[in-house]
Design a protein around this ligand. Sequence first.
Ligand code: ZN
Length: 196
Amino acid sequence: MTETHRIPERSGTAFELRRGDTLVVIDPMGVQVADLLAFNAADLDEVISSGRSLDYAEKIYLTTGDTLYSNRSNPLLDIVADSVGRHDFLLTPCSVDTFRHFYPDEPPHRGCFGNLAEALAPYGVVPDRIPVAFNCFMNVPIDAETGRLRVLPPISKPGDFIKFRAAMDLIIGLTACSALASNGGSFKPIDYRIER
Ligand SMILES: [Zn+2]
């Protein structure tokens, strides 16, 4: 099956991905971030780990040929194709707290964190288990001297995508990000497709 699903702007979803399945995350309109989480479907204590993945990759920008590891150092997802080449794996999902911090004059939104918490609850994931997400298309350049980071608009164009292959049976959480700066100031949907 190759049906394409749409995640409406400022929302999220969760689904199962079986070992060997391919997940394609698509930015249909361009300049839109999608936060991705992965849990071992058989044991929710095993979860995607930014720290492990960046350590093994020896870099902070992951792309085709790189692997997203779990907290137990097992491969969860291999990146098998990537038309953008710029994603973030440092920052936590946007939340009502980050809205209050960065956008005190905007109405607060539950953000990717709230959307992921609701979508993952039926699978048994409680909010405190939500870690740093792999932020597809998020553009966070780093000053090499000071370590200072900036959140700039994604460089993704309409139809750009990143493709992952599951290395074990997974529960996936996926959003269309809700934060202003991450998405160039406007909110767009995200599409995804599972190829078995
Ligand atoms: Zn977000």
